[in-house]
Design a protein around this ligand. Sequence first.
Ligand code: ZN
Length: 344
Amino acid sequence: MTLESGSSPTARIAVDVGGTTVKGAAFSEDGSVIAHGTVATFAADRDALGSVRAVVARLASHIEARGVRATGIGVASPGLVDAVRGSVVYAANLGWTDLDLVPALVDDFGLPVRLEHDARAGAIAERAAHIDEAGVYREFIFVPIGTGVAAAVVTSGALVHGATGGAGEFGHMPVGPGRELCGCGQRGCIEAYASASSVLRRYRAQGGTGATTTPELVRSLADDPVAASVWNDLIDALAVGLSSLSAVLDPARIVIGGGLSRAGAPLIEPLRAAIDARLGWRPTPLLVQSALGSHSGLIGAGLLADDRPVTSRFAVTAASALSSLRLLAPAESPVPRPVDSHHQ
Ligand SMILES: [Zn+2]
């Protein structure tokens, strides 16, 4: 977009809240990154909300010093998110229950604030990255896979939030091939097999020793039978869930994102074949790897921060800029050892 003559340059402040880090960036209207910063979610003496405030304050003061005016704040959060009320109903990893996040940040910073579930923010970014294929992205499912597994569903062009904001808990569909215990307390959840932390935990539990990160595990698939076995279980769990969603929703496309999507062909190709086999005579959606990697939530928060239109290249420019910033390197690479009380 072009700025009116005489107006100061503007930026949108984006925050992606995770269980390990709170990532922030200030984007210009073309998607370039003016400022960025990451803090540990639970840095010394800080709760998660304090960390969000600290990131926003740091970005705001940085851009202000450069004569850039912030026009809004977008926040992507995990958990049960009520985007209309602007509150996080429940986010176990953050210690948040009925947190009125939007009113709190409006009070602090005097800017418009928008909140969305991180997977849905990611779907907004994926759609923006494919503005030339708007028709396809009216019916699609975005599945970010990192330390957790979620899904954002877009149908008839609209994001599905559900009655309580709880839509998209794909990772906790109990479809696994066995009775693996999930962090949520259920057994057989997709996330118990298919998250980056679960696949490494299962690898170790079954005697695997060679790989300590998911990229290492993927590289050893041809030579390490334990790696191959837990990877097959991951593919199976995702395929059961995604073929079920496809049978119900008939999406044009399924986009696999998050840190694990960087596995590329060893993830996408067997998953595509497994979904196709399970769907039989029904139409198989095209399965693709996200172009935005693990940055989709942050980019989506940037898109949410301000209603004004952005350039068609916003999401792609932002992803490219973020990938070159070491400070924003995804926390799951290498994958940290999961906090795990029931597997010693
Ligand atoms: Zn679960």
